[in-house]
Design a protein around this ligand. Structure first.
Ligand code: UD1
Length: 430
C-alpha cells in the first residue's frame, strides 16, 4: 500500500500547472458514448477515477484509444452491452452517468445502484425522478437500476435538491429525447456548463447551463467532436490553500479565476494576498492568517470539495473559526487525524469549531477520503517534522502527480511503499 512521507515546514514557492477537471471529465467521457462517431477528448487528468471509468466504458464495448497522457479517442459504435459491471460502480460512483448516457442514446440501461460513500449517504432519487419524468420505466432490482423507454419525451422537471449529478444525468438523457425539456433548480457548477458545452459541440441543443434553468431541445443524433476539458477548480483551490497554510507564494496556472471566486474571497478574508491574471492566480501569505466562518453551498457558494482544505488552514489561524458543512453529512472524518497533529477541532453535527493553534506537528495519519486526504497532505506540509499518510489511494483518485507538483513547489514529499523507504527518506533529508 502506498503512503506519503512528508517533512513539513517549508513554505511552498513557485508555479504549478492545473489539469482538466476530474468531475467534468467523468461526465464528458460518458456523454462521449452517445454518438457512433469518433470523439476526441483533450485535457483529461491522469487520475484513477478517470482511468477506471475508461475501463468501464471499454468493458461495455466502446473502443478507447489513448492518444497521449491527457487525450483519448472514443468510438462507441461498437457498444454491445447496456449493462455496467458492479465492480466499476463500486470503484467509482460517477459511473452512474452511464445511466443517463445509455438511456438517452439506446433508451435502455442497467447500472448497479452505487453503494454508500465515505463522505455520507448519497441518494440518487432525483436522477430517477428525472428519468421517469422523461417517460422511462425505472426499477431497482437485484441491486441494479434498470431504466428503459420505448421513447423519451421532453418534459418539465423541478429538482427538489440542487444536485450536480442529477442535473448532468437528466441533461444527457433529455439531449436525445423527443421535444423540449425544461429542468429547474439545477446545479450551476462549472462542470455542469462544461458538459452542456461538450454535448452542444456534438450537436445537442442545450441552453441555460450555468443558470437555475436548463432548456433542452432534443435531437435525434449526435456527432463527432474534439473537446478540451475545463481546468479543475478543486485541484487549483487545493494548491491555493497549500500556499496559504505553508505561508508560501504560489502561482497557480491554467485556471479560470472566475470559478475560484468563493475560494479567493475566503483567502483574502483571512489575510492572504491574492492576485488574479487572465488564466492564473497567485496566492501568498507572509504572516499568521486570521479566523473566519465558512459554510459549504452549491456553486457559486463555497464548495464542499474545498471544505477540508480551508479547515486545515484555519486550524493554524489566529482565533476561532466555524466551518459548516451543508451538502454531505460525513465530511469531517479528517478532524481526528488533524487533532493527532495538534489541532484543536471539535465537531458537532454538521459544524466544526476550530481554535487555531500556533503550529502543527507531524504524525502518522490516514486519508479518509479524496479531498480530506489532500487537506491532510497540506497539514503535513505545514507541520513541523515528519508526517506519514496512509491510504493515499483516495488522493490518487483525483490529483494527478500530487507529490511531483508539490515537490516542484519545494515540498519534501515522497510516495513510498515500505518502512524501509520511509527510513531512507528520513536519512536523505537529514
Ligand atoms: C458531485 C461531485 C462531488 C461534489 C458534489 C457537490 C462528481 C463526480 N462529484 O457529487 O465531488 O462534492 O457534486 O458539489 O461530480 N442528493 C439527493 N438526491 C439525489 C442527488 C443528490 O438528495 O438524487 C443530495 C446529496 O445527498 C447531497 C446534495 O444533493 O446532499 C448534492 O449532491 P450532488 O450535487 O448530487 O453530488 P454528486 O453529484 O454526487
Amino acid at each position: 500500500m502506498e503512503q506519503y512521507v512528508i517533512r513539513g515546514g517549508n513554505p511552498l514557492v513557485g508555479e504549478v500547472e492545473i489539469g482538466g477537471a476530474k468531475n467534468a471529465a467523468l461526465a464528458i467521457l460518458t456523454a462521449a458514448i452517445m454518438t457512433d462517431e469518433t470523439v476526441v477528448i483533450e485535457n483529461l487528468p491522469d487520475v484513477s477515477d478517470i482511468n477506471v471509468l475508461l475501463e468501464a466504458i471499454a468493458e461495455i464495448g466502446a473502443t478507447i484509444e489513448r492518444v497521449d497522457r491527457h487525450t483519448v479517442r472514443i468510438n462507441a459504435s461498437t457498444i454491445g452491452d447496456l449493462s455496467v459491471d458492479y465492480e466499476y460502480i463500486k470503484k467509482i460512483r460517477a459511473s452512474y452517468y452511464l445511466l443517463g448516457a445509455l438511456l438517452g442514446k439506446y433508451k435502455r440501461a442497467e447500472v448497479p445502484l452505487p453503494g454508500g460513500c465515505n463522505i455520507g449517504s448519497r441518494p440518487i432519487d432525483q436522477h430517477i425522478k428525472g428519468f421517469r419524468a422523461l417517460g422511462a420505466k425505472v426499477e431497482i432490482k437485484h441491486g441494479a437500476i434498470m431504466a428503459s423507454a420505448s421513447e423519451l419525451r421532453g418534459t418539465h422537471i423541478f429538482l427538489d435538491v440542487v444536485s450536480v449529478g442529477a442535473t448532468i444525468n437528466i441533461m444527457m438523457a433529455a439531449a436525445m429525447a423527443k421535444g423540449n425539456t425544461i429542468i429547474e433548480n439545477v446545479a450551476k457548477e462549472p462542470h455542469v456548463v462544461d458538459v452542456a458545452n461538450f454535448l452542444n459541440s456534438m450537436g445537442a441543443n442545450i441552453k441555460g447551463a450555468g443558470t437555475d434553468v436548463i432548456r433542452i431541445k432534443g435531437v435525434e443524433t449526435l456527432h463527432s467532436t474534439t473537446y478540451s476539458v475545463v481546468p479543475d477548480m478543486i485541484e487549483a483551490g487545493t494548491y491555493m490553500f497549500a500556499a496559504a497554510a505553508t505561508k508560501g507564494d504560489v502561482l497557480v496556472k491554467n485556471v479560470i479565476p472566475k470559478h475560484l471566486e468563493a475560494t479567493t474571497a475566503k483567502l483574502e478574508e483571512i489575510g492572504c494576498d491574492v492576485e488574479e491574471f487572465d488564466d492564473a492566480i497567485r496566492v501568498s501569505a507572509s504572516k499568521r492568517l486570521g479566523r473566519t466562518h465558512v459554510k459549504t453551498q452549491p456553486y457559486p457558494g463555497y464548495p464542499t470539495d474545498m471544505q477540508p482544505q480551508i479547515a486545515v488552514t484555519l486550524a493554524l489561524a489566529n482565533g476561532t473559526s466555524i466551518v459548516t458543512e451543508s451538502i454531505f453529512e460525513n465530511r469531517f472524518k479528517y478532524a481526528d487525524e488533524l487533532t493527532r497533529m495538534g489541532a484543536s477541532v471539535k465537531v458537532e453535527g454538521n459544524t466544526a469549531i476550530i481554535d487555531g493553534v500556533e503550529g502543527l506537528t507531524g504524525a502518522r495519519i490516514s486519508a479518509p477520503d479524496l479531498r480530506a486526504g489532500a487537506a491532510l497532505v497540506i497539514a503535513g506540509l505545514a507541520a513541523e517534522g515528519i508526517t506519514i499518510i496512509d491510504d493515499i489511494v483516495y488522493i490518487q483518485r483525483g490529483y494527478e502527480d500530487f507529490e511531483g507538483k508539490l515537490r516542484g513547489l519545494g515540498a519534501e514529499i515522497q510516495r513510498v511503499t515500505s518502512e524501509r523507504e520511509i527510513q531512507k527518506f528520513k536519512l536523505q533529508i537529514g
